[in-house]
Design a protein around this ligand. Structure first.
Ligand code: ATP
Ligand code: MG
Length: 359
């Protein structure tokens, strides 16, 4: 009975036959190389000559031909007669005979389901796999590894960005770490990691990620990170762990790493949409966070402001208290004390308006 062969290639290779570990001979190096190579070939087909040159180029022609026939015979034993067909010197792998995780990755990426795509990534393409004495195959493998590294890093970084928008900083850091592990010179992966760590309240680790990227880029290409990355590092460096001004009765001690945000996906996403619209405009926007006492309004605001600051926002807050009611301009004065005076562009404000506040 022919079965369905599944190859998981986005990491250390795994071969399954109908869902369970495949027999040993199917896992032999050249058999596996042939199977994965065919599955990744255009229309899943190649000429015999091409396959011989790829995997048995070091053998006399007669031996090489026989080796290919033996390998195809073996694959047929598991994939069925219709699974591997040979016609006019063309070897073809039927679409349903073998499934690759790269195909599932493509499908997930096509529908922008970055979580599903990221979940398939377990490391390098065919990690640790090699076919000694087959340089053509090794060239192909190097190119495939580079392609899948790039695609995997993109999926992980996009997945991390989505998690961060939903309030899951720990999940974002985890995905970004995996992206950085795959490509230590990827600036988009490093920036994602820096953002995630900064939002999680771990500025030190965020700056350490930047330092590691800088050292790595210097070592590999002799260049400094791009301006976008430097700017992000500067923002993280200059921002004190941000907290909304708290009521005087609260403890002044500020924990360095905040506890994870729980269950605020919808309102946080909405707030970030408002912020994104303001930036794009650019235009003004108002968002009101309302809720019962102690329900997490301030925390939600902190989440928004921390992210906005990483985007380059200048944020000032004021807390209204009963006693300030009688004081004219108390809200504005509070904002000024909170740092409004340092806002870029303030000098362009109408002098009369500034004087009115100052007076
Ligand atoms: N979604 C959340 N996940 C985890 N912790 C939260 C969440 N929301 C709030 N907290 C924590 O609960 C506590 C109270 O939250 P917060 O101060 O934000 O409430 P508040 O609505 O602003 O309260 P008040 O009405 O007194 O201003 C804080 O320690 C905060 O970090
Ligand atoms: Mg509050």
């Amino acid at each position: 009975m022919p079965g369905v062969i599944t190859c998981n290639t986005l990491g250390p290779v795994q071969v399954l036959l109908d869902g369970t570990a495949a027999p040993r001979e199917l896992q032999w190096r050249k058999h596996l190389a042939l199977l994965v190579y065919l599955a990744r070939s255009p229309k899943r087909a190649r000429t015999r000559e091409h396959l011989i040159g790829l995997l048995w180029g070091d053998k006399p022609e007669e031996n090489a031909r026989r080796s290919l026939s033996v390998a195809l015979e073996l694959l047929r034993r598991f994939a069925g007669k219709s699974g591997i067909t040979t016609d006019h010197g063309q070897v073809r792998l039927a679409p349903d005979a073998a499934r690759l995780d790269t195909e599932r990755f493509e499908e997930a990426a096509g529908r922008q389901d970055w979580g599903a795509a990221a979940a398939l990534v377990a490391g390098e393409f065919l990690e640790g796999f090699a076919v000694p004495g087959a340089p053509e195959f090794e060239h192909w493998l190097t190119a495939e590894r580079s392609l899948w590294r790039e695609r995997a890093v993109e999926a992980l970084a996009r997945h991390a960005a989505a998690l961060l928008t939903r309030g899951d900083a720990a999940g974002a850091v985890d995905a970004a770490h995996r992206a950085v592990d795959l490509d230590r010179t990827s600036e988009s992966a490093a920036r994602m990691l820096m953002r995630g760590l900064a939002v999680a309240g771990d500025r030190g680790a965020a700056l350490e990620a930047h330092a590691q990227l800088t050292a790595r880029l210097e070592e590999v290409i002799g260049a400094a990170p791009a301006t976008e990355t430097q700017t992000l590092a500067d923002r993280i460096r200059s921002a004190r762990a941000w907290r909304a001004p708290s009521a005087p009765s609260r403890s002044p001690t500020v924990p360095l790493r905040r506890a994870p945000l729980i269950g605020r996906e919808a309102p946080l996403t909405r707030l970030l949409e408002v912020w994104a619209a303001c930036r794009q405009g650019p235009r003004s926007g108002i968002a009101v966070i309302a809720g019962d006492v102690g329900l997490g309004k301030t925390r939600l605001l902190e989440e928004l402001v921390t992210r906005a600051r990483l985007d380059g926002a200048f944020a000032v807050t004021v807390r209204s208290v009963e006693a300030d009611r009688a004081v004219p301009w108390s809200g504005l004065l509070g904002l000024a004390r909170g740092g409004l005076g340092e806002a870029p562009g303030l000098a362009a404000a109408p002098a009369g308006a500034l004087a009115a506040v100052a007076g």
